[in-house]
Design a protein around this ligand. Structure first.
Ligand code: PLP
Length: 420
């Protein structure tokens, strides 16, 4: 018996090593990492430059508590991250994962509003479905009942609006009226809740596990920004999964040019080499918080030099190998091939996403988008077949047990045409 436990009971092969886009189990079987783990291993496995940077840092120090020492590695990564961020977002707070990045964003938002005398604001509106993390603060803004309901009494319930799943509602994603239709739901919700109580709105610019690479309809992102400005509400982009280049731009939101007030990033930021994430905020917000008693938040391992040295080397690899352009180009090819499968398999209802953040959804009827009748077994069978064929795909059943499933197809950004 294993003394270790995670979410499920099903055993998985023992991992021996990873190299590039492949992973090998202890029996020597090779798997193409078609989902980069959980959309993490963006530059693939065992990258020599990242490992070398980690070794070099290990020879100097692996930990310096951030309230005792500054480190060159964390300063350098913060500077680089600020350079890559939209104008005005130039202050960086490091964490060790996505949930921590979201918690930090929520607390920064609240503390900033307190600092400027808007203490009545505390509600964070988010979307249904959505996923923002598993700690209680991040969970409170997550829109997915199976994960949230057991803990409902322990959290303050946060308001939700529908995610813009135009493909389910039969609306055209390229029609600006569709974008307005969904974005205006935010305004209605703000009015319903009382604008003076609303602190922030959080969204994933390109959806992750909850919506299966959902791409916002035309005009949606811009209208959301306008509404937040009109009601003095902070906009948080949760780029934990979409940030870091996988979508074909460094930030998912760069596809629409909209600028939030706070960003959270993780997953591909540490790339599977180290636990690493960050919250990036507007400089004036951070100054206001620091001037009124400091940011009341932190995690012991935040900003540790080993993680930061790995993160910096990773960005270096992305830049020197043009991996963002590769993600855009290989993403187009992969999406076209997945769409091609729709001609062969009528149960593929939708293929969507940007760059190498792609998904397909299983349905029994493409017109009504009815879920596949044999939902669970068909879903499990597809996962098993892929495993048997040496391919890892990331499966999610977020339309609920009754409502069908989607799969994320997100190989590392180093993939070439052969791998596709
Ligand atoms: N936010 C988004 C958009 C995510 O996709 C995830 C993880 O899947 C998280 C937050 C939570 O990240 P972590 O699992 O690293 O805590």
């Amino acid at each position: 018996m294993s003394h270790l436990f995670y979410q499920s009971k099903s055993p998985r092969p023992f991992l021996e090593r990873g190299e590039g886009i492949y992973m090998y189990d202890v029996n020597g079987r090779r798997y193409l990492d078609g989902s980069s783990g959980a959309m993490v291993s963006n530059i693939g496995h065992s990258n020599p430059a990242v490992l070398a940077a980690m070794r070099a840092q290990m020879d100097k120090s692996t930990f310096g508590y951030r309230l005792h020492f500054q480190t060159e590695a964390s300063e350098a990564l913060a500077t680089k991250t600020a350079e890559l961020s939209p104008r005005g977002l130039d202050r960086v707070f490091f964490v060790s994962g996505g949930s921590e990045a979201v918690e930090s964003a929520l607390k920064m938002a609240r503390q900033y509003k307190l600092a400027i005398g808007q203490g009545s604001r505390f509600k964070v509106i988010s979307r249904m479905p959505s996923y923002h993390g598993s700690t209680l603060g991040a969970l409170a803004v997550t829109g997915y009942d199976p994960l949230t309901v057991p803990f409902a009494p322990m959290m303050h319930e946060m308001p939700k609006i529908p995610a813009p799943r135009a493909y389910l509602d039969g609306l055209d994603i390229n029609d600006p009226a569709t974008g307005l239709h969904y974005a205006n739901m935010l305004e209605q919700k703000i009015i319903e809740e009382g604008p003076e109580t609303v602190l922030a709105f959080i969204l994933e610019p390109v959806g992750g596990a909850s919506t299966g690479a959902l791409v916002p309809p035309a005009g949606y992102m811009q209208r959301i920004r306008e509404i937040c400005d009109a009601y003095d509400i902070l906009l948080i982009h949760d780029e934990v999964m979409s940030g870091g280049g996988r979508t074909g731009k460094f930030w998912g939101a760069d596809h629409w040019g909209t600028v939030p007030d706070i960003i959270s990033i993780s997953k591909g930021f540490g790339g599977g080499y180290v636990p690493l994430g960050a919250m990036i905020a507007r400089g004036d917000m951070v100054e206001a918080v620091l001037e009124t008693g400091g940011f009341q938040h932190g995690h012991t391992y935040a900003g540790n030099p080993l993680a930061c040295a790995a993160g910096l080397a990773l960005i270096g690899e992305i830049e020197s190998n043009n991996l963002i352009a590769n993600a855009a180009c290989m993403g187009d090819l992969l999406k076209a091939r997945l769409k091609g499968l729709m001609n062969r398999y009528p149960f593929i209802g939708d293929v969507r996403g940007k760059g190498l953040l792609l998904a397909f959804e299983l349905v029994s009827d493409r017109v009504t988008m009815e879920p596949l009748a044999a939902g669970l077994s068909a879903y499990q069978r597809l996962v098993d077949i892929a495993y048997d064929e040496g391919l890892i795909i990331y499966s999610r059943r977020t339309r609920g047990g009754l409502n069908g499933d989607h799969f994320l197809v997100c190989p590392p950004m180093i993939i070439g045409e052969d791998g596709i």
